[in-house]
Design a protein around this ligand. Structure first.
Ligand SMILES: C[S@@+](CC[C@H](N)C(=O)[O-])C[C@H]1O[C@@H](n2cnc3c(N)ncnc32)[C@H](O)[C@@H]1O
Length: 290
């Protein structure tokens, strides 16, 4: 659990705790949260790459909102670390940011409550996202991987419908310590991009990331599907960039991304590549889009 210092001593300040209540319209009284409790595996700092990317690409949109923007950490797991960290990192982009951790397992909500503080609440709920208003951000990390592929589209649609105008849904998967990560970013209108993010020193080849593909793509990494072709080309570009390895894995990755951008619609540039990221349009990887 995070150090006790993350929660100020004494009662929560007035107005900081809608936690445990379900605003009208999000879930009728007496009904169950939407979804299924799953394994609660989490780790401190596990989602740092996702947090950094969110703050970088979505920070301006957060700052533009008239009200303090609410972010939801959906399915934060057996300990509240990722929600605590999301708040800290979003506040570097917008000091008004607030985070609601939403978890379908009530015991995990009870365990997280002692860590509530100004701007951070924990709520029992599921895909109905029982928080006041429309969130500027919903982040669901390592949640949908434990559902069926056939459920993903409906869950995405439901979560996108909960977003504020200009809001962002980030849904993806990573390894236990966050070295390898793949996530899909969606706006209210639907999926926009897929980001591959890695600790470069730990990488043999880009397709090492295949085992962390989000649920919508992991079963599609087979010949004939766009994501398979993308990872094949990514590996080829990485192999061709081998001479750059003497300058370090980062230079090799940047060279690889530059090559890849010749054939695939990458939407980021050197700044993201330096962080070990590559972001490509969803439409290029969508199942059946070849
Ligand atoms: C593997 S943990 C991920 C924890 C954290 N997000 C991370 O990436 O480290 C998945 C969590 O999602 C929760 N969960 C599953 N379905 C959910 C839903 N529909 N709504 C809210 N939480 C859900 C599970 O109970 C579990 O605690």
């Amino acid at each position: 659990m995070p150090p006790r210092t993350t929660r100020p001593a004494g009662p929560l300040p007035a107005g900081t705790r809608p936690a445990g209540t379900h605003p009208a319209g999000t879930r009728p009284a007496g009904t169950r949260p939407l979804g299924t409790p799953t394994r609660g595996t989490t780790n401190p700092n596990r989602l740092r790459r996702m947090d950094r990317w969110i703050a970088a690409v979505h920070g301006a949109a957060l700052r533009r909102s008239e009200r303090p923007p609410t972010a939801v950490d959906l399915g934060y797991g057996a300990a509240p670390w990722t929600a605590v960290e999301l708040l800290e990192r979003l506040r570097t982009a917008d000091p008004r940011a607030r985070v609601a951790g939403v978890e379908i397992d009530p015991a995990r909500v009870a365990a997280a409550r002692p860590y509530e503080r100004e701007g951070l609440t924990f709520v029992h709920g599921g895909f109905e996202v029982p928080v006041d208003g429309a969130p500027a951000l919903i982040r669901a990390a390592n949640v949908l991987r434990q559902y069926d592929e056939g459920q993903v589209a409906a869950v995405w649609a439901r979560l996108c419908a909960r977003l504020a105008p200009g809001g962002l849904l980030v849904e993806g998967t990573c390894d236990e310590i966050g070295r390898r990560h793949v996530w899909v970013a969606l706006g209210p209108e639907g999926p926009r991009t897929v980001t591959f993010a890695t600790r470069l020193g730990s990488l043999d080849r880009p397709s090492d990331l295949a085992e962390r593909l989000p649920k919508a793509l992991i079963h599609r990494n087979v010949p004939g599907e766009p994501v398979h072709a993308f990872l094949r080309d990514f590996d080829r570009a990485w192999a061709a960039a081998a001479p750059y390895a003497s300058l370090g894995a980062r230079q090799r990755w940047i060279r690889t991304a530059r090559d890849l951008a010749g054939d695939w619609p990458l939407v980021d540039g050197r700044r993201g590549w330096r962080q070990g990221e590559v972001t490509v349009r969803w439409s290029a990887l969508a199942p059946g889009a070849a």
